[in-house]
Design a protein around this ligand. Sequence first.
Ligand SMILES: [Zn+2]
Ligand SMILES: [Zn+2]
Length: 721
Amino acid sequence: MIFIIPSPSRSMSIKVSFPDGSERVFEDSISVKEIAEGISHSLMKKSVVAIVNDKVVDLDTKLTANCTLKIITSDTKDTKDKQILLDTMRHSCAHLFAQAMRELYGDKVHFGFGPEVENGFYYDFELTDGTKITTEDFSKIEKKMHELAERDFEVIRKEWESKELFLFFKKQNELYKQEQILKLNNINNIEIDGRVQSMSGNNGTTKPSFNNGVTILNAIYYGDDKCARQEVVNRFGVLWIKELKQNFSNIILSTYTQDKFTDLCRGPHVPSTGFLKYFKLMKVAGAYWRGDSKNVMLQRVYGTCWATQKELDDYLKMLEEAEKRDHRKLGQQLDLFHMQEEAPGCCFWHPRGWTLYTIIQNYMRKKLQAHGYIEVKTPQIVSKTLWEKSGHWAKYREHMFITRIDEEDMDFAIKPMNCPCHVEIFKNKIRSYKDLPIRMAEFGKCHRYEPSGSLHGLMRVRGFVQDDAHIFCSEDQIASECVAFYQLLKEVYDDFGFTDIKVKFSDRPEMRVGSDALWDKAEKALREPMEQMGIDMELNKGEGAFYGPKLEFTLRDAIGREWQCGTFQVDFNLGQRLGAEYTDADGSKKAPVMLHRAVLGSFERFIAILIENHAGALPLWLAPVQAMVIGVSNDFDKQVEEITAKLQSAGIRCECDLSKETVSYKVRHHSEMKIPYIITIGKKELEDGTLSVRKFGEMKNVSFDINKFVKTVEENVKNKQ
Ligand SMILES: [Zn+2]
Ligand SMILES: [Zn+2]
């Protein structure tokens, strides 16, 4: 995307409208910065970027026609503006990192891409002498970054003809920048030594066919530059091109320069490096150029960047806290589950972990029953023919595990989702409008291929169970189903202790099925009930699926992290595509609208979120083992077993520890296992008929009458505590 500034028209005055509704007229084209300065010097000093007609631009941008203008300052309190501010700062911080690298490593460092990401940025680069950056270099680089920031260099945008810019980067031996410029110019075939090399060869399936280790990077060395040639020969072999024959298109590219460092970039950026103060380099990893394992491996340094010291401190503290709560570590420590190489992305649930899993599943099952759902179960392995009809075979195949039955000469897929199977159940009966809505739920195990590098404990897996359901309904029922779903979701999140919920609404994308009238209706059906309930929604414009609009529900955990769990998607397509129909009141046949919805998302991921949210100390109603009974010595083993049995028969998930360890060891051990109640039994307790109970996190034992203890547990479980 290239930002093109309309050429100034001399004679026309410009009307600029501000967010507060005020307007100002300027006699000539004027930059945003000049407007800010005109309002007040202090405003100009803290202005970072601006939004002109919905587009985020640099302060230097000249306004040449009537427009709306919103200036974003470094102290903005508006959530959306703050995000734009942070994105701009983070991206600028990537440039600052690169500038520092250039200062420290000179021409040896070549840069790839350096975008902003959540909470920060990264930059890909390589040191051509083979040196590798390690975390030990971070303090040196950070120091240089701070130094460059303090010198407050202006960040200057410049626009270039593509070829001119290509030559500029060629002079610096910046091969990745050159390749990117070729890509942007759609130059896909390069003649090398008289043979045509396809540029797509390095990111598609075809390998370059004519030499070892050839990548497109060779192709960008041309002409008689001896030095560059030698480097190519050293690094890649022998290929060489005499001349770049292809023409550059006439697109205009932009660079940003701070002091002596210039980077290819479309911007926007902070006005000067002095705006960057609160950052930290976080980690270094390997990253293939353009993410393709056939390409050369670069190094990637990640950093974080914030608008204030407090934000940076809070973020670092949160990370520290998150590490302590890492569900992978706690999963082992609390003996809940493990994962191993032989089943990447799939979980081995241990007894305690599986208990937790089934508690949640049983809870959800009850909730669904109460909310008018029916539960079904559909096959795990389903023939290719159904996936072809549903469209998954064509569009989703790379994520599907395929299994082949040689005897039948047939391809099957292990189901990646339940939807098509649910349509088959719907179709198996004649349906009338009176049957609708049908809310069909399944705790269906699905498998999806995820690259091994993206797998992360239970958060990102290949095998998982969604709390999945599909609601088959008429167009008129979308709104009421949306309300009912939200009520269900709210009840469930409340019970799990998540009360801070964000709702995102994604409306029609450019490519879509269904008439505009249908989209109008469906979007209204999702939007209006939320508005009526007074729920703030964030709009993701054009981000809906091609088959319908959607709502996404994000919850915030105990350390402020956000997790998108719930989803409610309208689908006009699949029912029709698979030939599902019902008879409407007027006797006509209609395809049902399908609503794909989930509250928790997947059980696996939700359990990971729960573990991290509670730092492993699950509330009583979820704890796999609610109470552990131990005797003050092994002399009491028999009585300990009796009491355990009694508590178990009262419905408490209770175990006893009859090992030969000391009491203090046992208390410590089961506290580390974060068991909510540890019950000690000695002579006194047996005489009084009481229990000496220590609650998790407390240092003192409290004496309980056994029946009162049972009541207390029941009460807490009922209240989801
Ligand atoms: Zn940039
Ligand atoms: Zn679905």
